[in-house]
Ligand binder design. Structure first.
Ligand code: NOJ
Length: 599
């Protein structure tokens, strides 16, 4: 298909822009730069991700829902977060827990109604918070009416909403008949080929994720127009922006050449950054985002740090920020957990500070619904060190460069789940991988389960632990959709809100601190000791407002001497009681974290 003429399309959509919004935007003067940065609310925000299925069940069906979220808004406001990112809440058959959308303008029945959504949104606004929602438009559900139509016939008006291709003739089978092969060797992220044969028209359709998640064809201008329209639908309701699911995958090479062996090694990179990705994001920005005061963050699978300014640079008019996975995946090799390497993590953060200048904003995060629990992965979830290490990680996230994204339950120090068998998992990625690897004898069952105990996405999807009652107070149902972590009797919100020394209350103090001092948002970042294998010590400085953060990433005590030029004034916050003294050498206990004001 010929690429669309973007200018014509843009002009057409621009005529639909609400004039009042355009006028009000142009009359607001831009605030003065801070350390070269244009200040905005989303740079200063702390974002909290809610995975609605696992947050709070209000109606006793074992599944979290929107009224459940509304009932916990005071808890979030007290924590001090400014923006809530809500994972998909749309109507979906749940092949991938809502990341397979059947109707973009409808709320998932298990989660409630549109009226419930409106009540939640009003509650968020009343508490001076904002809401961003998940925009999943690389693919839809196969039950979306576009796809239901598309698969009916080759001349259906919706056929070109998706990618349909003929198979390739393969070698003859034992019966002498030629066997059909998929159009190319693209693998799916969820195991097997990315192409699914459909008998109705004897062609294959593309699905980078599950068979039930067919990829949309963004080269079709009608698809793009549909997406912009659904975005406006939610923005006009008052949502404050989007987290964009696998957004670098939206543009494909329609010739679908075979991937080379090298590309097959990391096919995410090969799928990202297609020929029109930037054109489409710029068009989306012109037609939608530019007309609202919104925040956008792209899940940027396959985009290198060096490519990042092309997506988030202010002069590019694409997205505000992206999630880059260098840090969160620094201790991962596929489904295997690698030993944590502090030197590598520090090098990544320094590299970010070097590559992203004042015109390209960053994000900072080490957890989300696709990754295991932060304290079990980057900290130490043993009885002795769970609390200090969870606090240390929160200290780091909330004092580093970039907008911090916290994942639900991390403010409580929730941990990985003790998975024992394949039946304990819900995730389609795990179930497909089990079929592809264990049932075929490629990986022994024990190894597979042992690896996933550390890395499965279900670790972070177990229900929130609200109190010590049955199922952690998440649901009144006998059984939640995914088992509650049995440690809810010790780790739960009720206990932590009441305990002044809890991870929750420490996180609250950190968020207050970030909000009180722009140095943590716009200040310069400097790693004082990049070669130190157990200490991460860095400064954040904005004029005379200067801070030192010292983190002991080990379970043993460490004496750390500051570089001569760095002079400490007073202790601002620490995760242990022992940190009162102000000297040039710090005797840090295992997983101790301190923040000092500098002279
Ligand atoms: C990324 C999402 O974060 C993940 O949960 C989902 O499975 C895939 N995209 C497909 O939508």
């Amino acid at each position: 298909m010929k690429p669309p003429t973007l200018t014509t399309f843009a002009l057409f959509l621009a005529t639909l822009a609400p004039m009042t919004l355009l006028q009000s935007q142009s009359s607001t003067p831009a605030p003065a730069l801070v350390n070269g940065y244009q200040p905005t609310w989303w740079k200063e925000a702390v974002v909290y991700q809610i995975y609605p299925r696992s947050f709070k069940d209000s109606n006793g069906d074992g599944i979290g829902d929107i009224p459940g979220i509304t009932s916990k808004l005071d808890y979030l406001q007290k924590l001090g977060v400014n923006v809530i990112w809500l994972s998909p809440h749309y109507d979906s058959p749940n092949a991938d827990n809502g990341y397979d959308i059947r109707d973009y303008r409808k709320v998932m029945a298990e989660f409630g109604t549109m009226a419930d959504f409106d009540t939640m949104l009003a509650g968020i606004k009343q508490r001076h918070m904002r809401l961003i929602i998940d925009l999943v438009v690389n693919h839809t559900s196969d039950e979306h009416h576009w796809f239901v139509e598309s698969r009916k016939s080759k001349d259906n008006p919706y056929r070109d909403y998706y990618f349909w291709r003929d198979g390739k003739p393969g070698p003859a089978g034992p019966d002498g008949k030629t066997r059909m092969l998929p159009p190319n060797n693209d693998p799916s992220f969820f195991s097997g080929s990315a192409w699914q044969f459909d008998s109705a028209t004897e062609q294959y359709y593309l699905h980078y994720f599950a068979v039930k998640q067919p990829d949309l064809n963004w080269d079709n201008p009608k698809v793009r127009e549909e997406v912009y329209s659904l975005m406006r639908f939610w923005l006009d309701k008052g949502v404050d922006g989007f987290r964009m699911d696998v957004i670098p995958l939206i543009s494909k090479n329609p010739a679908f050449p075979d991937l080379t062996p090298d590309q097959l090694h990391n096919y995410g990179n090969a799928y990202a950054n297609g020929p029109h990705m930037h054109d489409y994001l710029q068009e989306m920005n012109r037609n939608v985002m530019a007309k609202y005061d919104v925040m956008t963050v792209g899940e940027a699978l396959g985009i290198s740090l060096e490519q990042t300014p092309l997506m988030v640079g202010e002069n590019r008019h694409e997205l505000n920020m992206i999630f880059n996975f260098d840090a969160i995946r620094s201790n991962r090799e596929g489904i295997k957990l690698k030993p944590f390497d502090l030197l590598m993590l520090k090098a990544i953060y320094t590299h970010h500070a070097e590559v992203l200048d004042t015109h390209s904003w960053d994000t900072v995060f080490l957890s989300n619904h696709d990754n295991p629990r932060i304290v079990s992965t980057f900290g130490d979830d043993s009885a002795e060190f769970r609390v200090p290490s969870a606090k240390l990680l929160a200290t780091m996230l909330l004092t580093l460069r970039g907008t911090p994204f916290l994942y639900q339950g991390d403010e409580l120090g929730m941990t990985n789940y003790p998975f024992r068998s394949i039946n304990d998992f819900d995730d389609i990625e795990v179930k497909n991988a089990y079929k592809a690897n264990v049932l075929t004898g490629k990986i022994p069952e024990e190894t597979f389960i042992a690896d996933l105990r550390h890395t499965s996405r279900d670790n972070s999807r177990t229900p929130m632990q609200w109190d010590e009652s049955a199922n952690g107070g998440f649901t009144t149902a006998a059984k939640p959709w995914l088992a509650e972590n049995p440690n809810y009797t010790q780790i739960n919100a009720n206990a932590e809100v009441a305990d002044p020394n809890s991870i929750y209350n420490y996180t609250r103090k950190l968020i207050d601190l970030r909000h009180a001092h722009q140095a943590f948002v716009y200040g310069e970042y400097k790693d004082l000791d990049p070669e130190n294998k157990s200490i991460f010590a860095y400064t954040r400085a904005l004029g005379s407002d200067r801070y030192l953060v010292v983190l002991n990433f080990s379970s043993g005590p460490v004496a750390y001497t500051l570089p001569a030029k760095v002079k400490v004034d007073s202790l601002v916050l620490s995760n242990l009681d022992s940190a009162g003294l102000v000297t040039d050498t710090f005797n840090l206990a295992g997983w101790e974290a301190r923040i000092y004001k500098l002279k």
